[in-house]
Design a protein around this ligand. Structure first.
Ligand code: FAD
Length: 550
């Protein structure tokens, strides 16, 4: 019989971290259930190939939003990794912890014990940081973090332009000071993607007490309000994996709420609609869906130094060969090597806009590159007030859920995005870019009025692929909480959720780091360990925040 102390659904960012920590002392057995397959091969391992796996049904679940009413009915792709390592195996490898205030906000929302002081020791425990601020970073942890070589002069021009526009500089946005322009960090090691599978899962699987089962989790088995196992489908057979102690759902912000609902945990009325017996009426399951959106602002480069000259098949083959033999060259980076976190206006106390900068003009998913040489900023607001939901489409576990983001449904989204475009123009207009600046390629110089900008946003804003929040952590007496601060599903014994779905609010940056941190911290709760001692380090807050945006 297939049975373990802990059964984890999903080997993604959080699931892999938990498999590693729960099995570390050798006292407990762990089974990880994962529907996706191997991550071997250059499409996943070569960092610069990042736009390929997210378009492949072999590696991606293939989810999409419903037509988005505020985006002219556009359907947006919602990629989620379906491979060992989960989304950390198909993501952009950008490494951002999030701002200290994000976690303090979580704690204020009822996630007691998840304030910055509490989570900072977990970020340090997970990291093996190369570069970064002394005393603020972790060393010797499983997750390698590095900076790119920044040899292309456009990276330096971007940072210098930020300084010329009067913004702060920061040498480590994952240290005390997130605010400012500076180098971007990457989860890459030795020229290869350093996913949660590389950092955590593979080392865990070398232990005798951990095993990986390839299968599709259909639902959690719950008897007398206690989770006792997971029903899976594997090679057309349905079987049950038994959990002696606990089942932990770590199937992502899209699949975790779906699995809970199929198991009878969710809004009672919605479950009854599909004939699912209600185990726990938790109206918060699938609610609170949020994401980051971004625009690609593209400028022509007058100098032929951008990556647009190597997007042809011949150059790509050369880059691939160099990477294959030496793990070096343009294949060994994700090309996101400069970044900025800035505040949109006076009165905002910590950054609410993120920039990724690349010396190329190309869509993130690789589907359209500019004809000319160009460079581009990915820019977007970080704390949208729009909220959406994940609901069931049918009681059949194989059917994809209904995903409604309600992107841009709050009026502030529009003001914030217009500001993002105008601010980017101001930065690209600084003297640092004089040597390189050609025509604006996108949105294009004709797009100036609020109405023009709104039309551009409606047509071109894209997901930054950070959905979260659908099994929110909170106080046990809050009806909209799904899990308590120890990640226990409220109303059911022996069942936890720990992944990006538990975030009360999206963090200020990309979500791999906080998802892994969630797995790290949840593991301590599951084992009943005393959490790591809180830190007394204080983040840098701009002393001018009340009077200036810079
Ligand atoms: C294209 C893309 C680019 C991104 N870029 C970045 C970036 O550059 N930097 C960054 O920090 N973040 C980035 N992110 C976001 C980040 O990677 C995710 O937020 C994070 O990995 C989520 O972790 P998770 O543990 O919640 O879920 P996941 O990592 O998605 O793990 C869930 C796992 O559960 C498995 N699973 C789900 N359902 C079942 C089932 N029924 N049965 C069996 N297995 C199941 C999945 O296959 C998957 O392996 C990106 C995401 C995407 C998709």
């Amino acid at each position: 019989m297939l049975e373990a102390d802990f059964v984890i659904i999903g080997s993604g960012s959080a699931g892999s971290a938990m498999a590693y920590r729960l099995s570390e002392d050798g006292k407990h057995s762990v089974i990880v259930i994962e529907f996706g397959g191997s991550d071997v091969g250059p499409l996943i391992q070569m960092p610069s190939a990042l736009s390929i796996p997210l378009n492949m049904s072999l590696y991606d679940w293939g989810f999409a939003s419903e037509p988005e009413p505020h985006l002219g009915g556009r359907v947006l792709a919602t990629p989620r990794g379906k491979v060992i390592g989960g989304s950390s195996s198909i993501n952009g490898m950008v490494y951002v912890r999030g701002h200290a205030r994000d976690f303090d906000h979580w704690a204020e929302q009822g996630a007691a014990g998840w304030g910055f002081a509490d989570v900072l020791p977990y970020f340090k425990r997970m990291e093996d940081s190369n570069g970064g601020e002394n005393g603020w970073r972790g060393h010797g942890g499983p997750l390698s973090v590095q900076r790119g070589s920044r040899t292309n002069p456009l990276y330096g021009a971007f940072v210098e332009a930020g300084r010329q526009a009067g913004f702060e500089l920061t040498d480590d946005y994952n240290g005390a000071k997130q605010e400012g322009f500076g180098p971007m960090e990457q989860t890459i090691r030795g020229g290869r993607r350093w996913s949660a599978a590389s950092a955590y899962l593979r080392p865990a699987l070398r232990r005798k007490n951990v095993s990986l089962i390839k299968g599709f989790a259909r639902r959690v088995i719950i008897e007398n309000q206690r989770a006792t196992g997971v029903e899976i489908e594997t090679r057309k057979r349905i079987q049950v994996i038994k959990a002696r102690r606990e089942v932990i759902v770590a199937a992502s912000s899209i699949n975790s709420p779906k699995i809970l609902m199929l198991s009878g945990i969710g809004p009672a009325e919605h479950l009854r609609e599909y004939g699912i017996p209600v185990v726990a009426d938790r109206p918060g399951v699938g609610r609170n869906l949020q994401d980051h959106m971004e625009l690609y602002i593209q400028q022509e480069s007058t100098q032929p130094i951008t990556l647009n000259s190597v997007l042809n098949p011949f150059s790509k083959a050369l880059i691939g060969a160099q990477w294959l033999f030496f793990k070096s060259g343009l294949g060994a980076t994700n090309h996101f090597e400069a970044a900025a976190f800035v505040r949109s206006r006076a009165g905002v106390d910590y950054p609410d806009i993120q920039y990724h900068f690349i010396p190329a003009a190309v869509r993130y998913d690789g589907k359209a590159a500019a004809k000319a040489h160009g460079f581009q900023a990915h820019v977007g607001p970080m704390r949208s007030k729009s909220r959406g939901s994940v609901t069931l489409r049918s009681p059949d576990p194989r059917s994809k859920p209904v995903i409604r983001f309600n992107y841009m449904s709050h009026p502030d989204d529009w003001t914030e995005f217009r500001h993002c475009v105008r601010l980017t123009r101001e930065i690209f207009g600084q003297p640092a870019f004089d040597l390189y600046r050609g025509e604006e390629l996108s949105p294009g110089p004709h797009v100036q009025s609020d109405d023009d900008l709104d039309a551009f946003i409606r047509e071109h804003a894209e997901s930054a692929y950070h959905p979260c929040g659908t099994c929110r952590i909170g106080r046990a007496d809050d009806p909209m909480s799904v899990v308590d601060p120890e990640c226990r599903v409220i109303g059911v014994e022996g069942l936890r959720v720990a992944d990006s779905s538990i975030f009360p609010r999206v963090t200020n940056g990309n979500l791999n780091a906080p998802s892994i941190m969630t797995g790290e911290k949840a593991a301590d709760h599951i084992l009943g360990r005393t959490p790591l001692a809180p830190s007394n380090q204080e983040p840098w807050i701009n002393p001018r925040w009340q009077v200036s945006d810079r």
